[in-house]
Design a protein around this ligand. Structure first.
Ligand code: HEC
Length: 220
């Protein structure tokens, strides 16, 4: 049984890879067009509107999630490149801290990255090592519609700021950036109110410096 599952998964990975190559040229739109979980293609079209925040399919296999993330990689990099927040300059090269996975709270597929200043401390997880000034943790995301079509989504950022920057957020600057690269809001910045909900949830991990961490099985 398990073997069959893996075989199906591999076939899907190959299909996605082929579709991605057909998309060609590395242009963002081409890559986006091409990335789809083939198994879901025949699902009702009405559910395929990924412009509206729907519940992503929660039954993708880990192989399907990984293959979709791989297919979308150029498009996800394009989102980073278009991000107006200077803290994300060069973020295409940051080290992954997790595999791609279905988020429990963010309602989409996610992958966590950290910049050089943050990576070593972040990797100590619950052991707790304060992330130094300038350390930044980034969550990239994508969504998969009911019919399998996959598309990059928002960027979630936590940037360590100097002491006193924002006691309410443990001196983290939370930032939310749309898939078009526009800053939706940032702590102590434009549209601060739009990111207050970030800290209220992350504050549940006060003893871990507001970091919530992916489950151990997803860590890299
Ligand atoms: C309802 C709870 C909740 C809200 C609201 C929330 N998050 Fe998170 N966040 C989590 C959880 C849980 C994790 C751990 C990983 C996971 O399950 O996806 C996480 C992980 C992260 C991480 C990776 C660092 C870490 O904690 O391990 C970043 C960066 C992040 N969130 C940014 C944001 C930003 C920016 C916002 C607001 C725009 C936000 N989050 C809103 C629950 C939340």
């Amino acid at each position: 049984m398990k073997h069959r599952f893996v075989a199906i998964g591999l076939a899907l990975a190959a299909t996605l890879a082929a579709a991605c190559t057909q998309g060609g040229s590395g242009r963002q739109s081409a890559a986006v067009e091409a990335c789809r979980v083939e198994r879901l293609r025949l699902q009702p079209a009405a559910a395929s509107d990924i412009g509206s925040l729907g519940t992503p399919p929660d039954h993708l296999t880990p192989t399907e999630v990984a293959a979709t993330a791989a297919c979308l990689a150029p498009a996800l990099d394009a989102v980073l490149a278009s991000a107006q927040d200077p803290v994300l300059r060069g973020a295409e090269t940051w080290a992954p801290m997790s595999r791609a996975y279905r988020g429990s709270e963010h309602g989409m597929f996610l992958q966590v990255y950290a910049n050089e200043a943050a990576a070593a401390s972040y990797r100590r997880y619950e052991q707790g090592a304060a992330i130094p000034l300038g350390g930044t943790v980034l969550k990239r995301s994508f969504r998969v519609a009911a019919d399998g079509k996959a598309e990059p989504y928002a960027l979630f950022v936590m940037e360590r700021m100097p002491q006193g920057f924002s006691p309410d957020t443990n001196d983290w600057r939370f930032a939310l950036i749309g898939p078009d690269g526009r800053l939706v809001g940032a702590t102590n910045g434009p549209d601060d109110a739009k990111v207050r909900y970030c800290a209220s949830c992350h504050a549940t991990a006060r003893r871990q410096d507001f970091l919530l961490f992916v489950p151990p099985g997803l860590r890299l």
